[in-house]
Design a protein. Structure first.
Length: 195
């Protein structure tokens, strides 16, 4: 039995489904919204690369990818994953997260993180949930910090960007004991009206 089993998660009109090739057309449309693949600090695929992106996600042993959908319209909004899954220490990371440009600065990312973190801590019994991001992806760093994650440090010269430059990676984590307060804060943020 795998540590992370296929599951559908839903709250606040957002549904996370196990990623499949059925989501290709919707992910292609989401990737096209805003041309986010042009940002050198993200891993958003170009529209013509979406099938390969899905296939890679599906065959990567320590990754479990989700399609993010609007629960009412069933429109694909983006994708997120558990990755670097370490069953012996009950640790997962949340990443490979991206959404159509129209979804940014909405409740969608916070809702997805609430779903993924709740499942990780409360169902899988994780001791730690982690995140990593490019040292120049300041928006991602701010979003991770708003979740209540702690900055663990920076791994210098850690990975290649799509443009061939070498990136430093900022690492974050949250321990199970920190989750109840972080969850309360996240729910409070989601319940506040957005400007």
């Amino acid at each position: 039995m795998a540590f992370v089993e296929p599951v559908t998660l839903q709250a606040r009109n957002i549904r996370l489904l196990p990623l499949s090739l059925e989501h290709e057309e919707g992910l292609r449309a989401a990737a096209s919204d805003g041309q986010l693949w042009k940002l050198r600090v993200t891993s958003v695929p170009e529209p013509h690369e979406v099938r390969a992106y899905i296939e890679t996600a599906l065959r990567t042993d320590n990754r479990f990818a989700f399609a993010v959908l609007d629960a009412t319209t069933r429109q694909v909004l983006g994708s997120s994953s558990y990755h670097d899954i370490l069953p012996p220490v009950k640790r997962v990371e949340i990443g490979y997260t991206w959404y159509a440009a129209r979804c940014q600065r909405t409740h969608i990312n916070s809702t997805c993180k609430l779903l993924l973190m709740t499942h990780a801590f409360e169902t899988l019994g994780c001791n730690v949930v982690g995140w990593r991001t490019d040292n120049f992806n300041f928006a991602s760093q701010q979003a991770i910090e708003r979740l209540g994650a702690q900055k663990d440090g920076v791994i210098r010269g850690h990975a290649m960007r799509r443009d061939g430059t070498i990136r430093d990676t900022v690492m974050y984590s949250m321990r199970a004991g920190e989750w109840p307060e972080a969850k309360a804060q996240l729910l409070d943020q989601l319940d506040k009206p957005r400007n």
